[in-house]
Ligand binder design. Sequence first.
Ligand code: A2P
Length: 279
Amino acid sequence: QRPVTDAQAKPVKTLPDAQTVTSVTHWTDKLFSFRVTRPASMRFRSGEFVMIGLMGEPDPKTGKQKPLLRAYSIASPSWDDELEFYSIKVQDGPLTSRLQHIEEGDEIILRPKPVGTLVHDALLPGKRLWLFATGTGIAPFASLLRDPQTFEDYDEIVLTHTCREVGELAYGAELIKSIPEDELLVELLGADNLKKLRYYPTTTREESPKMGRITDLMRSGQVFEDLGVPQLSPETDRAMVCGNLAFNLEIKELLEGYGLEEGANSDPKHYVVEKAFLD
Ligand code: A2P
């Protein structure tokens, strides 16, 4: 029997639950998105998250390596062949300091067990769906906005996205632009149905057409005036929230003030909240 040479050997997956990176887009010096192959058997509901990451550095004593994983919302819709993620780059972040350097063809670890509360099942039927995001908190909404059910279930959908600077809005702006051009969505829903989507981007630290935190714009009534819609009410409005911790808490208080109650998978109500990933 002849020995197997390197060239004949089958490629070995070096990581457990490995998936291959298919593309990477750098949006700013602090933000990037990437797409990876999707495990053939993996199902998920738009809005859910999975644990992804890289192998950690070897333990100095034992030399053993453990996976370094973080929760990431899936930004692609459930019908997509690939999975998309949207991430910040933290220079001294244990994971993102390394993850930001991935390139097409590299492998990442992906545990194929999706979970999360930002799903349609956790909300009672309503007329208007509000998606409130800050920073990378837009990721689960990028999934939900490419899910036909979102347009089937509501008469109107409002995506608000608050970031510090204009450049940080680019991923969301591209997403909004892509939806009416998405052949599958147009074919399934019709171009008119896609016009239900309203987009309300704001910045807090750089000049832009609409400035201020969304929470302040809600308290002053400005956002309702701008969109020509009434203040939220439990009869008509449903909300999903994803952003930094302080933002989530503040929005929660506002929503409760309008009479909305927090729902869960097992107990659907008027709004749901999830924290955006920070390394
Ligand atoms: P601000 O610039 O006024 O802090 P970050 O990059 O820190 O995660 O913040 C993302 C965006 O969320 C920023 O525009 C920030 O505004 C805004 N933000 C932070 N905390 C709150 C909060 N408690 N309520 C509303 N918006 C907030």
